[in-house]
Structure formats: structure tokens, C-alpha cells
Design a protein around this ligand. Structure first.
Ligand SMILES: Nc1ncnc2c1ncn2[C@@H]1O[C@H](COP(=O)(O)OP(=O)(O)OP(=O)(O)O)[C@@H](O)[C@H]1O
Length: 480
């Protein structure tokens, strides 16, 4: 076996399935097997595992629940779940929450399994390649440096602002342009926006466009855990510093050293925590809970919140000095309902991404399905859109996804809004050209929805030729 072979861990309680997978994979990969979560944890601790293939049905724990744990403890391991269920809610949620790379349906085909694992290893290699290139860049000769820099650029483009799907003329263009401009300066960034609107995605793009791209990008949701745990999570703790602290724990600040720490829902933190965080940011060092010593850390902080943080400062709920520390630059991600022209391109990307993850043939959205998505206000933003599309892709038997695949909430919300003839919200920011483009996209969309996507009728109403209308629809992402 060549020393460079990537290691794949198969977790399945059936020995026959383990053997079948091993036979399929062991020419290309070094394969380890485990019969359950405990054995898998031990192997993950002892080996550098590139990909984990986990059966959904395991005694005492579902595959998705275990892969959520793997994501937290071994985030670099690419996670694939294998299951007999096509439409299990757990698996759909898993694709979103456990960051599952792909879902393989039983009975699996050896060629498909092998291709999936090869692609997964490639995705992982790309990330480490980027880290290696960055090191090379810092140490090589000018000629080599130029060659390496162009390879690095190609690798970086995988994570860049183009991953933030949007229609031409979208209000997000201005947001991404500002974020890209400030990415290379080591300034703190505060990202404001409703839940699910894409704040983390934007923060990631900033990280990968910055000189810290080769360093880690570490995420913490400050609202998800109680205060005391949050301190130990971020700053670390010494063994025995509190009940249950059985061993030393390295905090996320230290893990993010040389990279970026994304602190989501910063507006939910307590006054005591805010003070500790302020000290860390001022002094550039952390003191793990229960430790007499401080550790220097070099971390760029990107914070995010769905709250109006300036107002929280005025009301005395958020420290003013911390606010100025974390908000050198403030970026606003508008909610999806204020950029409904983006729904088409985002929905198409999600259909393709989720279809691939579910091992489905390429699917498209029918005109009615798209109209229905565009007429719904999306209070949960892109996260809600993603869940809706996961559900529709899983339920659709056809390669064409129709509106009937959507939940009654979306169908009813759409009918209510269409009946009320949809009031149009004027875009609140951007240049005159951008705002006029956004208004044009809204008028176009509203006319198409009202005319049930009949292009001839809509073109007539708008005084356009059919070709002219089509051109505008393509421009605004209303048609693929
Ligand atoms: N413009 C976009 N194009 C494609 N996918 C997107 C876009 N914006 C967001 N997403 C996807 O939508 C989901 C939610 O986005 P994200 O986690 O960045 O939102 P958020 O604002 O950080 O949410 P929260 O504050 O609730 O954590 C993610 O799966 C993300 O990849």
C-alpha cells in the first residue's frame, strides 16, 4: 500500500456491509472499519481519517447524530451517510446541520460509492493544498513564487465571493464588493442580518480572501451555550478548574490562531462575557479558565448578529467599548425578501447541490415552482429556502420539481401574497443604477407571477418583445 493513500473509515454494524465497502475501496484507499460509534471514535483519535462513511442505522445512535459529533471534533474529516431511507427528515436535517458531504442510498453501486469517495478526498485535498501553497509562497524564490501564487489563486477561487449566489444587480453585489475590499486588511468586521440570510457564508468568503486564508476558520455560536461553558469553549480551561473538567481543554481562540474566529449571535452574550472578550481582544492573549498563565493569540474576529447592536448599546445591553472593537467595519446582509431576484439563482444552485448530495439525477424547477418560491416572503431566509428545497428534492420522483412538492406553508404564503398583489419594497441602499435594476427585477417578477409565468402575456403588459423580456429575465436570474 503506497504511503500516500488516504484513509477511509467505514462505520457499520453489519460485517457483510463493512466487507463489501472494503472490497470496493481498498485498491484506492486505506480502509478502516468500525462496528459502532465507540470504536469509530477510537479510530478517529488514533488515525488521520480523510473520509468517514457511516451507516444511518446504528445501535443506540443514528449515523447523522454521530456525524454531527464528528463535524465538531474532527471537522476536516469529510462525512458521508449511507441509508435505506429516501426521505427521512433526520437525513435532510443532517445535510444542513452535520455538514454531510453526500448521502448514499442503499443498495449502493460500487462505482458510485468509489466516485463519491474519490470526489470527497479531492475536496479535502484542495483545502490542504491551499495551506501548503501558502507556506511555499512565503518561502520560495520569485519565479516559483509566481507559479505558486497562480495555483493558490485557483484554489482560493473555490471559496470566494462567487460562492455567494446572487442575480446580476442584486443588493448583495455592493455588500460583497465592500467585504472583498476590506478582506485583506486585518480589521474586525461586524456582519448584521436576519437569521439564515448568509452571514456565515460572507464571513467565510472574507476569511478566504484574506492573507489568513491558509489559517483556520473557526465558528462559534454564542447563543447556543450557557455563559460559563461559552468561556471555557472560547478561552479553554485547565483540568480540575470546575466540576466535569476532567482534562485540559484548548479554547477556540487558540484553535483559530493565525486565522479567523467567527462569533455568531454576539448580541446574545452577557455583560460578564463581553468584558472577558474585550480584554482578550485588547491584550491579544487568552487565559484559560483556571490557569495562572496567558497564551498569546493572533486571531481576526468577525462577529455577527441578527440584532440592532447599536440600539443594544444605547439601551445598555451591549458594551460600547466592545462594540467599537468588533465593528471596525459593519456589513449588512439584506433579508431574502428584499432581494427576491436572488431566489432564482440560489434555488437553482441548491437544487443541484442537494440533488448531488442525495445521489439524484440533475433536476430543474418548473416555472410554477419558481414563481411559488419567489412569491413567498422567506422569514427564515436562505436557511428556510434550503430546507424547503431539500424536502422538495427528496420528495420529487421527477427530474422536474413542481410547486406541489413544496410545504403547505410556502404554498399558502405564496397564495396570500399573490392575492394581495404584493406590495413592492423599495431597495434601501446601493447606487441609483443598482436600485433601478432591483426595482426593474421586482416589477418583472411581480408581472411574471401575476401572469403565471406566461411570457407572451407579461411581455405584452410590459410593452416588451418576447425576446426582450427573455433577455431581462436571464439578466435578473429569473430564468436559467
Ligand atoms: N447567497 C447564497 N448562495 C448560496 N447559498 C447561500 C447563500 N446565502 C446563504 N446560503 C446558505 O444558506 C444557509 C444559511 O446561511 P448562513 O449560515 O451563512 O446564514 P447566517 O445568517 O449565518 O445564519 P444564522 O445567523 O442563523 O447562523 C447556509 O447553508 C448557506 O450556505
Amino acid at each position: 500500500m503506497p504511503a500516500t493513500m488516504s484513509t477511509v473509515l467505514v462505520v457499520d454494524d453489519e460485517v457483510r456491509s463493512q466487507d463489501a465497502m472494503r472490497r470496493t475501496l481498498d485498491e484506492d484507499f486505506s480502509v478502516l472499519t468500525a462496528s459502532g460509534a465507540d470504536e469509530a471514535r477510537t479510530l478517529l483519535e488514533q488515525n488521520e481519517i480523510s473520509v468517514i462513511l457511516c451507516d444511518q442505522r446504528m445501535p443506540g445512535l443514528t449515523g447523522v447524530a454521530f456525524l454531527k459529533e464528528v463535524r465538531d471534533r474532527w471537522p476536516d474529516t469529510v462525512r458521508i451517510v449511507i441509508s435505506g431511507y429516501t426521505d427521512s427528515e433526520d437525513i435532510i436535517a443532517g445535510i444542513n446541520d452535520a455538514g454531510i458531504y453526500q448521502y448514499i442510498l442503499k443498495p449502493w453501486m460500487p462505482d458510485h460509492l468509489l466516485d463519491t469517495v474519490r470526489n470527497a478526498v479531492e475536496a479535502r485535498t484542495l483545502q490542504s493544498e491551499m495551506n501548503r501553497l501558502d507556506l511555499e509562497l512565503r518561502t520560495s524564490t520569485p519565479v516559483l513564487r509566481r507559479r505558486t501564487a497562480s495555483k493558490m489563486e485557483r484554489a482560493r477561487s473555490v471559496f470566494d465571493f462567487d460562492r455567494i449566489e446572487r442575480a446580476p444587480g442584486s443588493p448583495l453585489d455592493a455588500v460583497c464588493e465592500l467585504a472583498a475590499r476590506i478582506a485583506r486588511y486585518d480589521l474586525s468586521v461586524l456582519v448584521l442580518g436576519e437569521s439564515g440570510s448568509g452571514k456565515e457564508l460572507l464571513a467565510r468568503a472574507v476569511h478566504y480572501a484574506s492573507p489568513r486564508a491558509a489559517g483556520p476558520f473557526v465558528v462559534e455560536n454564542c447563543a447556543a451555550i450557557p455563559d460559563t461553558l461559552l468561556e471555557s469553549e472560547l478561552f479553554g480551561h485547565k483540568r480540575g478548574s470546575f466540576t466535569g473538567a476532567f482534562e485540559d481543554h484548548i479554547g477556540l481562540f487558540q484553535r483559530a490562531h493565525g486565522g479567523t474566529l467567527f462569533l455568531d449571535e454576539i448580541g446574545e452574550t452577557s455583560a460578564a462575557f463581553q468584558l472577558r472578550l474585550l480584554r482578550v481582544l485588547q491584550e491579544g492573549e487568552v487565559r484559560p479558565v483556571g490557569s495562572p498563565r496567558t497564551v498569546p493569540v493572533d486571531v481576526r474576529v468577525i462577529a455577527a448578529t441578527h440584532r440592532d447592536l447599536e440600539r443594544r448599546v444605547l439601551e445598555g445591553h451591549f458594551r460600547e467599548d466592545l462594540y467599537y472593537r468588533i465593528a471596525c467595519v459593519t456589513v449588512n446582509v439584506p433579508p431574502l425578501r428584499e432581494r427576491s431576484g436572488d431566489i432564482g439563482p440560489i434555488a437553482r444552485r441548491l437544487v443541484s447541490e442537494i440533488g448531488t448530495a442525495l445521489g439524484r439525477p440533475a433536476a430543474t424547477l418548473s416555472d410554477e415552482a419558481l414563481a411559488c418560491l419567489m412569491a413567498y416572503p422567506w422569514p427564515g431566509n436562505i436557511r428556510e429556502l434550503r430546507n424547503e428545497i431539500s424536502r422538495a428534492v427528496a420528495l420529487s420522483r421527477d427530474e422536474r420539481i413542481d410547486a406541489t412538492a413544496f410545504s403547505s406553508r410556502v404554498l399558502q404564503g405564496q397564495m396570500g401574497r399573490t392575492a394581495a398583489a404584493q406590495s413592492l419594497a423599495l431597495p434601501a441602499n446601493g447606487t441609483l443604477v443598482e436600485r433601478l435594476a432591483a426595482i426593474e427585477a421586482m416589477i418583472l417578477r411581480e408581472t411574471m407571477v401575476r401572469n403565471r409565468w406566461n411570457k407572451s402575456k407579461a411581455a405584452k403588459e410590459l410593452g416588451l418583445s418576447r425576446v426582450g423580456l427573455r433577455g431581462k429575465m436571464v439578466r435578473f436570474g429569473l430564468e436559467g
